[in-house]
Design a protein around this ligand. Structure first.
Ligand code: ADP
Ligand code: ASP
Ligand code: MG
Length: 438
């Protein structure tokens, strides 16, 4: 097996003990040459991630409030790792620098990125390998979107000089040099970008579970593990809410066919889940590969007689969303009705304006708004060939007394999406899981 890029998540680097496990894993395989760390995560249930503490620091600084007490908690996280590892490394000097620069470089992204930056320095010192600052190799354009070509070229060039290196996850830089982060969980994306640029044989993503489960382990106790999953299925599941891997981490490696292996830092002997382009001649393990969902959507349903014969209706509707800078998730339609499914946070403070514009420009007969909607995606590459899957799913929900507010099917035909009330979320996941697993 050739070169591997290994990304370690927050819980895998939350304490000195966790750092030791990481070092062991890296030393077990000389192909594990490029390491992408997250910031220290939770050590126990009520613990706070360093990234969250840094966002709190930013809030305090920008409101002109003292931030020493929050920063001290961050300092304690790093110094306890250094002490626990008996490492001769002056992390305090870097911490002091961050402390001093926070008020003058006050952006939330800069503050949050320091979690990965400091952990990267620490891990590089502990492993005895060079540190490569992500600000010099991960680039965003002026609009804040990833500049893939520039990033790939920069990583290639930089890492050509280093057979081994630690590259912190989660951030990069804008054309003006300012630090910019990906969205939460974005270290997964950094790992994928490094894997692509160095043409890795494998992208290992080490976390606190032994792979991707068929459903969220916080809802289903001991769900079945998925041994193989295709990029497309995972993309659907990750987007729908299975946040074990950031949804944008798939594209960079998928394009060049680098497999992703999700592994457990606490159980390195487990094979984990392998993510590949197709499972060759092998059958899918079951009719449904996985179930995932998110809460807090709004459905706006618009009815108008003879809508189907009115040209430009949908275009005018969508132009309202565009003007308000709102993106939508789904748009199921009937003959004389159309619904928009939009996440609650996208609509925040804009709902009244949107409805007013719809009333004025489209003159509908009726507009209804349903809040507190959850979307659940049931994903499986075999679903397209197999009869009766939808019937099983809907029967399971009906038997649990769950009212379905909306049905949508991804154009790939390997994804059935249902909209239900937030309060029915856990029960709906359980019912679907039981219908296909037990
Ligand atoms: P890391 O800090 O290592 O990046 P994350 O917290 O981002 O880890 O992702 C791992 C977590 O994802 C697991 O601890 C689990 O609670 C959650 N999770 C949600 N859905 C799933 C799923 N279908 N399979 C596995 N884990 C899942
Ligand atoms: N530390 C960042 C977060 O908590 C990025 C990551 O963990 O991937 O979101
Ligand atoms: Mg993560």
């Amino acid at each position: 097996m050739g070169l591997k890029v290994v990304k370690f998540g927050g819980t895998s680097l939350a304490s000195a003990e966790a750092f030791r496990k990481v070092k062991n894993i890296i030393e077990q395989d000389p192909n594990r040459r490029y390491v992408v760390p997250s910031a220290p995560g939770k050590r126990f249930n009520d613990d706070t991630k360093v990234t969250d503490l840094l966002y709190q620091c930013y809030e305090a600084v920008s409101n002109g409030q003292p931030y020493d007490h929050i920063f001290n908690a961050i300092k304690e996280r790093y110094t306890s790792i250094v002490t626990g590892l008996e490492l001769d490394y002056d992390i305090v000097c870097h911490l002091d620098h961050v402390y001093k620069t926070l008020p003058s470089t006050v952006t939330p992204d800069y503050a949050a990125s320091r979690g990965e930056y400091l952990n990267g320095l620490l891990l590089a010192a502990y492993l005895g390998v060079p540190f490569v600052d992500a600000a010099n190799v991960i680039f965003f354009n002026a609009q804040g979107q990833l500049d893939m070509a520039k990033t790939e070229a920069a990583i290639k060039e930089k890492l050509a000089d280093y057979p081994r290196a630690v590259i912190p996850g989660f951030y990069g830089s804008l054309p003006n040099g300012e630090i910019k982060t990906f969205s939460r969980g974005g270290s997964d994306i950094t790992g994928a970008l490094v894997a692509r640029a160095v043409n890795a044989a494998m992208y290992e993503n080490w976390t606190d579970v032994s792979g991707i489960y068929m459903a969220d382990p916080r809802i289903i106790s001991q769900p079945k593990e998925i041994s193989h999953i295709t990029y497309s299925e995972l993309r659907e599941l990750a987007y729908a809410g299975a946040n074990v891997l950031h949804e944008d981490a798939i594209y960079p490696v998928r394009q060049v066919g680098i497999p992703i292996n999700i592994r457990n830092t606490n159980r390195p002997e487990d094979p984990g889940t392998l993510i590949i382009s197709s499972n060759g001649n092998g059958e899918a393990e079951s009719d449904v590969t996985g179930i995932a969902g998110r809460k807090d959507f709004v459905i706006i349903t618009i009815e108008k007689a003879l809508m189907h014969s009115e040209t430009g209706f949908v275009r005018r509707l969508l132009s309202i969303l565009e003007e308000e800078d709102i993106s939508f998730e789904h748009m199921p339609s009937g003959i004389d009705s159309v619904s928009l499914v939009i996440s609650e946070c996208q609509l925040k403070g804009k709902l009244e304006t949107v409805i007013a514009k719809i009333d004025k420009r489209l003159e509908p007969d009726k507009v209804e708004v349903f809040h507190e909607i959850a979307l659940i995606a049931t994903v499986g590459r075999r679903m397209v060939y197999k009869k009766g899957i939808a019937a099983r799913l809907f029967t399971a929900l009906a038997e649990s007394g769950i009212n379905i507010r909306l049905i949508a099917q991804g154009s790939s035909e390997m994804n059935i999406i249902i909209g239900i009330e937030n309060k029915d979320f856990d029960q709906a996941v359980k019912s679907i899981y039981n219908a296909f697993v037990n």
